[in-house]
Ligand binder design. Structure first.
Ligand SMILES: Cc1ncc(COP(=O)(O)O)c(C=O)c1O
Length: 350
């Protein structure tokens, strides 16, 4: 929050169960720190969160625009702030607000390069033709979303330029002056001029660096929130030449002490990490070996002769001097850190 400054709003992105960390736990942890604005993707996520968190005074926004008048009414009932992303959504919101006889809190999304949600530059004039300044809608922000903030500064600056130009056009036609936002985690780091009136932050909130940003001074100070551990459920020594797990994708090149961990792809540990990932055990990094199974993962514990059943291995997080970062696993898998943490399964305690 200090980085953003007092005047800017931090929208904490807690969709997909707070990127797998537990949305209720995350919101409950953040509320006492002064964070009071939260974002989820869907209406059902928002309604669930409203029901599960006792504190009622927080602001909650969904990224999907409501699809039907019923969804607009449900959003109103649960004090959920919705996105308007098309002239059609605008007209629907207006009609529902008039029928409820109360203003609906809404955000306008502008598409400047993602081509997934938001008014396209080509739709702006159409929107302005149907826009009515007196409609019972309470505009809470106008925002856009960057496509390449971690990798392409020019693209990002062009998106920002286009966004501000569209905002100027909207305001010239009577659209109210509202807070503006563009940056998510990567934008916060790479495009400080895009901080505007606030940022929507997911990854950084969980202490995870966006791809390629590990060396950024802010990321050097990050403390990962997530620690994922699993118990050793069996230990055996196999002779040289014997294989491990389905498909025999690993064959021992020496007598090997195999520790089997009680975790698997059903818990979100990707099969793609087979024979690739480091796992921390007894304060050291050891290699994962053999194909990842649904409920079990094997590691080579030959160099840890005292490992025994009941010991705790760390799949993500720190164990003494050894640390496994989500960013490292994401690089090994050629994916984003988001994908790894959001796939944490229901069996994994939060
Ligand atoms: C519209 C929007 N804003 C903000 C975020 C947060 O992104 P990050 O986790 O990279 O901070 C997302 C994430 O997908 C998003 O879709």
């Amino acid at each position: 929050m200090g980085y953003l400054g007092e005047a800017r709003t931090l929208w904490a992105v807690v969709k997909a169960d707070a990127y797998g960390h537990g949305a209720v736990e995350t919101v409950n942890a953040l509320l006492p720190t002064g964070v009071s604005c939260f974002i989820v993707a869907s209406l059902s996520e928002a309604i669930e969160l409203r029901g599960a968190v006792r504190e009622v005074s927080f602001r909650l926004m969904t990224l999907y625009p409501p699809a039907t008048p019923q969804e607009w009414r449900a959003a109103a009932e649960y004090a959920i702030e919705s996105v308007i992303d098309s002239p059609r959504a605008y007209e629907q919101a207006r009609a529902v607000a008039s029928s409820l006889n109360r203003p609906l809190p809404v955000h306008l999304e502008i598409d400047t390069g993602m081509s997934r949600l938001g008014l396209t530059p080509e739709e702006i004039e159409l929107f302005l033709r149907v826009f009515c300044p007196d409609a019972p809608l309470e505009w809470r922000s106008v925002f856009t979303h960057f496509a390449c903030a971690e990798s392409d500064p020019e693209f990002t600056q062009e998106q920002l330029r286009q966004f501000l130009q569209i905002v100027t056009r909207l305001q010239a036609c009577g659209f109210p002056h509202t807070p503006l936002s563009a940056a998510a985690s990567a934008g916060v780091l790479t495009a400080p001029d895009s901080l505007l009136d606030g940022a929507r932050i997911g990854l950084l909130l969980y202490g995870i660096a966006p791809a390629g940003q590990e060396a950024h001074p802010l990321c050097q100070r990050l403390q990962p929130v997530l620690r994922w551990r699993a118990r050793v459920v069996s230990v055996r020594t196999i002779p040289k030449g014997r294989s491990v797990s389905y498909g025999a994708w690993f064959r021992a090149e020496r007598p090997t002490r195999v520790a089997t961990l009680g975790v698997g792809y059903a818990d979100g540990y990707p099969i793609g990490l087979t024979n690739l990932a480091p796992v921390a055990l007894h304060g050291k990094l050891v290699p994962q070996i053999g194909r990842v199974c649904m409920d079990m993962v094997m590691v080579d514990a030959t160099d840890l002769p005292t490992v025994q059943v009941g010991d705790i291995a760390t799949l993500i997080g720190r164990d003494g001097a050894a640390e496994v970062r989500v960013e490292t696993l994401a690089r090994l898998l050629h994916t984003t850190p988001h994908e790894i943490t959001t796939r944490l399964g229901r069996r994994v305690g939060r």
